[in-house]
Design a protein around this ligand. Structure first.
Ligand code: NOJ
Length: 737
């Protein structure tokens, strides 16, 4: 009883705070006209030519996006606060996706670091920089699971795995929002795109998705649920229709799941014109119907397409949208404006010393870039040692300050980027000669006239470092690709460099998994760097010379062939799983009699394995996993289990390994994936050092949405693995009673 009282006292201030917050909202709401309420639901893009001032003054605009001039933000905010009838401040949004000025690796690169700490820190830095320029709200993190390298937007996401995306997405939310949204270093997060957008058919952006209910619950929704639990302030609907229902009109997901089940109390914003785009979807006849369906479905704020401001007054009059529905939407929006402290501190402090590109920010961006680089092959040429006197640095991405920043960079400046060329010259220019030749001018360039000079540079070097890949604009929104080989004359460039016989290190800088099989065969070593941001150059230079050992792991499966897509590690088993001894295309005799050959699920010409599995990444060192053990082999509902493994650095470099724990639920009320990531840890070890690495699993971690569409851990046998990638064979098992 005493204990209960103690906890009740602890909770009281919190509860009171929430009550006071609701009281303030209700007071304000009771003074608002219907037009003012609808105005809060209207977000416009900043545009100097439009008459924004009048709209703000009359309470017709609740939010602006795409404005980053603090003086102009303050001027407009002053109109909202001092000249509008109720003085409700604007909320200013901006796509701060992987940094504001200091650009971190693109999110898929951050995911490769398997480090929630660095993701949280990166988001906190982005928030501090952005808020100092008058931004209150970012449209990130993007939590769309994607299993398709054709889809350009996977660059903005956290990979193919719902657990990884949940852990990292929550870290990003915490980073952006800080301890308190009202701090002048915090901004509101916006989890997007709700939902299944990453499963666009054929990887074509904006396309339909067809995710059935169990898959939705077990794969596509979990990162959103986790981010809501982490306190995400806002959520954005997606462009796609899922099974015929456009996301901005999906009442079940927005009301039943998000509000009723998950108790989300922030606000929902549409994506850019995604409400009126429901007309093109054939789901609504006109903007009025679109406004009605979106409001009723639970989209609180409309981004730019003005169907609310134009149609809600009439829809309410006609009884097609209730005042109560509008009140609820406005309440959600005001709640976040209060939490951001905008009523008390509406202005940005322009006199504050700048935090943009602060030394600590650049350092953190470099660390993130270092951790995000994945070593895919190394015959021993890396790290470069002191026998290397001349490096031929070749390729269109070796000195591409704009492109190494990656997609969704509005505010970061290429003038602040440090490229691999600049970093190598600065840091190692005294000890080695660097002969730089582009070979081809940019990633899509078909002009081969520069290849001869590149070959000449290679011939007189001790080692060739070729930096190839994709320009920033080839990934991101609306940048899907149907062919994923290296573009332009880059393949020819690599082939010619190979002919020189010099040791060849290939660095790929890209926004997605690319077809790299040929280049991998040609390379003595290959590093894969998703667009690494402002400090990508120093990060890569340090890795080349062994100042840091690579530790990134692939957050997506790398297929061998595009025809294998979708390919992901956590698939269900088939009734005829691949065995490994199947007939391959070259084994088939001429005029073969009709046969179903291997009787299993695979490609005659590509087998069933990917090029690299999820979680894969080498190091300069080597690691051994032994002695996998559990503290119990049966557990009851509500209990926890501890799995421990001995991890030894068996190589000769100090290095960090990402230890990964996977499980398989052998029999379920619906078919279960062959493997599921349930834990990961970065472990730093000196050469020869060992550590006991433990993971704790609660039975809740085993839960999934089964046949009754309830989230339960079903009794039965489980397998458990710990290792350095999803292909690990070190296995044990346990039973849930
Ligand atoms: C459209 C994109 O889909 C979304 O992610 C972004 O936040 C908005 N535009 C605003 O720029």
């Amino acid at each position: 009883m005493k204990n209960l009282l103690f906890f009740a006292c602890l909770l009281l201030p919190l509860g009171m705070h929430a009550q006071q917050e609701e009281q303030r909202i209700n007071d304000l709401l009771s003074k608002m006209t219907l037009e003012e309420k609808i105005g809060q639901m209207n977000q416009l893009s900043y545009d100097r030519s439009g008459d924004l001032d009048a709209g703000i003054r009359s309470g017709q605009i609740g939010s602006l996006l795409n404005i980053v001039d603090p003086a102009e933000v303050n001027r407009l905010q002053a109109i909202a606060v001092k000249e509008s009838r109720l003085g409700i401040p604007l909320i200013i949004g901006r796509d701060v996706i992987h940094g504001f000025k200091t650009i971190f690796p693109i999110p898929i690169g951050q995911a490769a670091a398997f480090n929630p700490g660095i993701v949280e820190e990166g988001a906190a830095i982005a928030a501090a920089e952005a808020r100092s320029m008058g931004v209150h709200w970012t449209f990130a993190p993007m939590l769309d699971i994607s299993r398709d390298p054709r889809w350009g937007r996977l660059a903005e996401g956290l990979g193919e795995d719902p657990y990884l995306a949940s852990v990292l997405g929550s870290a990003m939310v915490r980073g952006f929002q800080g301890k308190n949204l009202s701090d002048n270093t915090s901004i509101a997060a916006c989890i997007k795109h709700f939902v299944a957008y990453g499963a666009a058919e054929g990887g074509r952006d904006y396309n339909s998705t067809n995710i059935p209910p169990y898959l939705m619950r077990n794969v596509y929704l979990p990162p959103f649920k986790a981010a809501v639990e982490a306190g995400a302030a806002t959520l954005m609907t997606s462009f796609n229709d899922n099974d015929g229902i456009p996301a901005s009109g999906n009442t079940f997901l927005l009301r039943n799941v998000l509000r009723d089940e998950w108790k989300f109390d922030g606000f929902v914003v549409s994506d850019w014109a995604s409400i009126t785009e429901m007309i093109a979807h054939g789901f609504c006849a006109d903007p009025k119907e679109a406004a009605m369906k979106a409001t009723n479905a639970g989209v609180d704020m409309e981004m730019v397409s003005r169907s609310y401001i134009r149609n809600l007054p009439a829809l309410i009059k006609e009884g097609k949208v209730s005042v109560q529905t509008v009140d609820e939407a406005v309440r959600n929006i005001l709640r976040i404006k209060f939490r951001l402290g905008l009523f008390d501190h509406p202005y940005v402090d322009v006199a504050k010393p700048s935090v943009l590109y602060a030394e600590a920010h650049l350092k953190a961006a470099q660390k993130a870039a270092e951790e995000s680089v994945v070593l895919l092959k190394n015959t021993g040429v890396l790290p470069l040692n002191n026998t290397v006197k001349t490096i031929a640095l070749i390729g269109p991405m070796a000195d591409a300050p704009h492109d190494q920043l990656g997609t969704w960079v509005f505010d970061g400046e290429k003038a602040r980027t440090i490229t691999p060329l600049a970093a190598l010259q600065q840091q190692y220019g005294q000890q080695v000669k660097i002969n730089y030749e582009k070979g081809v001018a940019y990633s899509r360039d078909n002009n081969t006239s520069g290849i001869a000079a590149a070959v000449k540079a290679a011939q007189s070097a001790d080692v060739v470092v070729a930096v190839v890949g994709e320009e920033a604009i080839l990934s991101g929104e609306a940048h899907s690709l149907a062919a994923w080989e290296l573009k332009g004359a880059q393949k020819q460039l690599i082939a010619e460099l190979k002919k020189t016989g010099k040791p060849l290190v290939i660095i790929v800088i890209a926004g997605r998994p690319l077809a790299i099989q040929h280049e991998l065969d040609a390379a003595d070593a290959m590093l894969y760097s998703f667009h690494p941001g402002t400090m990508g150059g120093p990060a890569l230079a340090g890795i080349l010379f062994g100042k840091v050992a690579p530790s990134g792991k692939l957050p997506m499966t790398f297929p061998k062939e595009m025809g294998q897509i979708p390919m992901y590690y956590n698939h269900n088993n088939t009734g005829r799983p691949f065995r490994g001894n199947e007939t391959m295309i070259d084994d088939i005799p001429l005029e073969a009699a009709q046969t179903s050959l291997g009787n299993s699920s695979y490609y005659l010409d590509a087998g069933a394995a990917p090029l690299f599995p999820f979680g894969f990444g080498l190091s300069y060192s080597t690691f051994d996993y032994t002695n996998l053990r559990l503290d119990k082999t049966t557990l009851k509902q509500g209990e926890t289990l501890t799995a421990t493994v001995t991890l030894k650095n068996t190589g000769s470099y100090e290095a960090t390994e990402v230890a990964q724990l996977y499980i398989r639920d052998l029999v379920g009320s619906i078919a279960r994936p062959v493997k599921e990531l349930k834990g990961f840890k970065r472990v730093a070890l000196k050469a020869g050092e060992s550590a006991e690495v433990s993971f704790t699993l609660h039975t809740d971690d085993l839960a999934f949405y089964g046949i009754d569409m309830k989230e339960v851990a079903e009794p039965g046998a489980f397998k458990l693995w710990i290792g350095g990638d999803s292909n690990t064979k070190l296995e044990t098992g346990f039973t849930l009673e």
